[in-house]
Design a protein around this ligand. Structure first.
Ligand code: MLT
Length: 397
């Protein structure tokens, strides 16, 4: 008899955003005339930057020409992209990350989900609560059960510290999904010191780094002293440059960063990650990597920053409106997400906004028990839709 992986029975039967999509589809089917505004999943709405579009066209022409055609690419990603990333995302901010330490992928979600494969089945995992569900679900799928929750509450500003945390791997995400909170350098440094002391690993998800506007907030974990010996950093072009449909991200695995074999021997993680990726993945496409390279150009940087500013403008409009309605709201300043205290059942609040305002949000409970009582609102939409959503929320609430 063929047996299934029983670990799948330990996670929710549907992924959070799939469940929301089902509910929205049912609502839309029952009310075909309703103009539903989607502020749920953090999916971008603005078109690609002109320099990215131009790069894609050029890359298509390359693929149409025998002398410029590219098949399988190099295992870590093309050097033309990794070198630009090292320059623009790190060196320009005074952070030393070399092109060799960057491994390009088809998005941060895969890297966030797959990196745990390098570790033993009994490692202890720590995650925030609420949390991006991928960190937890992928560890449970792999059979891990020792998952420790770090409550992110209004009392700790949604940024838990390492005090009392006994784990081997901690997932940190700042700017945070779902709360929109950012961590100060001192707060991240405390985690780095914690990890180095106990030979633990930080998996730092910086997918929303491009939204940071507050001076002094770290954009990279490597701004903290000692992070190179205890942290990998995962980045994404999805929210930075509107690549949710193009798919490109990368993981930084510093030279010498190691975990330990059963006999205590250090094993370098970059070698293991490269081995894993070359076995299970054939790289982001040439077209994608040329598009990502264009994001790193001066024009691409200016164009994508303007789009991020536009989404932050949406966030500011919604934050002000919700506060005016008497809700406590965090996030939205350095993040595309607003975290709204709805003081009640979050799925009920989600259903009410969908039924009465035709506005899709994300119930906080979907991100973990400590998310109950909150909803997440995404600022990824057109200005017209955001203004319309605000006017509907004002009527309903
Ligand atoms: C979200 O809405 O949390 C994100 O879009 C999900 C993702 O990036 O996978």
């Amino acid at each position: 008899m063929l047996h299934v992986n029983e670990n799948y029975s330990k996670i929710k039967p549907t992924y959070l955003f799939a469940e929301i999509a089902h509910r929205v589809a049912a609502h839309q089917a029952a009310h075909p005339e309703a103009k539903v505004i989607r502020l749920g999943i953090g999916d971008v709405t603005e078109p690609l930057a002109p320099s990215v579009v131009a790069a894609l066209h050029r890359a298509v022409d390359d693929e149409a020409d025998r002398s410029r055609f590219h098949g399988y690419g190099p295992e870590q990603g093309y050097a033309f992209l990794r070198e630009k990333i090292a320059e623009v995302d790190f060196r320009a901010r005074g952070v030393e990350v070399s092109a060799d330490e960057i491994l390009v992928s088809d998005g941060a979600k895969c890297d966030c989900g797959n990196f745990q494969e390098l570790f033993a089945g009994d490692v202890r995992i720590a995650v925030g609560d609420p949390v991006y569900p991928v960190y937890v679900d992928t560890n449970v799928m792999a059979g891990r059960s020792d998952i420790r929750l770090l409550p992110c509450t209004a009392a700790n500003g949604f940024v838990p510290g390492p005090e009392g945390c006994d784990a081997d791997i901690v997932y940190l995400c700042y700017p945070n999904n779902p709360t929109g909170a950012v961590a100060t350098k001192a707060q991240l440094q405390a985690w780095v010191d914690w990890a180095n002391e106990r030979k633990a690993l930080i998996i730092f998800d910086a997918a929303y780094e491009a939204f940071i506007r507050t001076p002094g907030i770290p954009h990279s974990i490597y701004e903290c002293a000692g992070a190179r010996t205890c942290a990998v950093e995962i980045r994404s072009f999805s929210k930075t440059a509107g690549f949710t449909g193009i798919r490109c991200g990368y993981t930084v695995v510093p030279d010498g960063l190691s975990a330990y074999a059963a006999d205590g021997r250090p094993v370098e993680l970059r070698g293991m990650w490269t081995r894993r990726q070359t076995t299970k993945f054939n790289g982001a496409s040439y077209l994608t990597q040329r598009a990502a390279e264009a994001v790193c150009s001066p024009e691409g940087q200016a164009e994508t920053r303007a789009t991020v500013d536009f989404y932050l403008g949406n966030a500011a409009i919604m934050k002000e409106a919700l506060r005016g309605l008497g809700y406590a709201v965090t996030g939205g300043d350095d993040s595309p997400y607003l975290w709204v205290d709805v003081k009640g059942d979050s799925w009920a609040f989600f259903d009410r906004l969908l039924a009465e305002a035709n506005v899709v949000t994300t119930p906080g409970a979907g991100f973990g028990a400590a998310g109950e009582g909150y909803i997440r609102i995404s600022a990824f939409n057109s200005r017209e839709n955001v203004l319309e959503a605000v006017s509907r929320l004002k009527k309903v609430l």
